[in-house]
Design a protein around this ligand. Sequence first.
Ligand SMILES: C[S@@+](CC[C@H](N)C(=O)[O-])C[C@H]1O[C@@H](n2cnc3c(N)ncnc32)[C@H](O)[C@@H]1O
Length: 304
Amino acid sequence: MSNIFKCPEWDSTPETAVNHNFSENVNNNKVRNGKISKERKKKKKNTALKHVKNEEIKETLRKSSPGRFVKIQQDKCPKLPNSAPQSLRERLIGSLKGSRFRFINEQLYTSQGSEARKIFEEDTTAFRVYHDGYRQQVSQWPLNPLDVIIKSVRKMPKDYIIGDFGCGEARLAKSVAHKVYSLDLVSEQQDVIACDMANTPLTKNSLNVVVYCLSLMGTNLKDFLLEANRLLKMGGLVKIAEVQSRFTKVTDFIKNVERCGFKLMDKDLRKNYFFFMTFKKISNISKSAHMEDFSLKPCLYKKR
Ligand SMILES: C[S@@+](CC[C@H](N)C(=O)[O-])C[C@H]1O[C@@H](n2cnc3c(N)ncnc32)[C@H](O)[C@@H]1O
């Protein structure tokens, strides 16, 4: 299980190891006997070129991770030799991006929806960094749960109206013929509604299906499910896909969802790494109803 949530490309080279390699490379140039004057001439010739390359790399780092770059400057960013292989540069940048992805991911899993929204409002690059990282993770999984959801939505009556809650890059809407309201904390695409899915601008009793594909991230799941209850027509469906390891006891989770006015219709706990569940709305439950909140364990991606 844990292997699929690792990201080798980003995490295999810690920053300290990268810096060490740079200085080794520079020292080797200095001590080559007999070639030292030739080396110096070469060095002079290439100084301007090196400067341009270093500036280019710093600029890339600055764009990819402004906060982290300040730290590197303070530690005196090592001079990158002209011969620095492309892959090394890419790995350094990748390592910074990977750290930011893990940090944002952890914040999303340990905050309430409204706090998570603020995180993305305060750092406008965070959503892109998160989704670049998420896409990288998904590419290593044996199965993308969104494909399973897409397949099941395609079989539904064409007049069904779907809410994709925590839609990410809104692939569900692009993959089915149905009317889909795509909602996420940030809208990077024209048809995505930016909101906390605990409080959406949609009209009550307007949806046939609410989808949560790996998006039950916050600590206030009760608020999300009660909003789904408000929006769904009676008999409407909630489709959930989640990482198996997030559940301590699946039966407790099911009971908590059912307390929000739903009845479990179907569960598929056999698919590798993921659980799939379908609930049906059987009663109206007010958002002001007194009910204990519930959550799932965070899904944290490990640094190698
Ligand atoms: C792991 S991604 C999955 C994206 C998409 N469902 C998929 O399967 O590709 C989870 C998404 O849920 C969103 N999300 C988390 N909490 C949310 C909230 N309270 N309101 C709206 N979106 C939320 C995140 O911003 C992120 O885009």
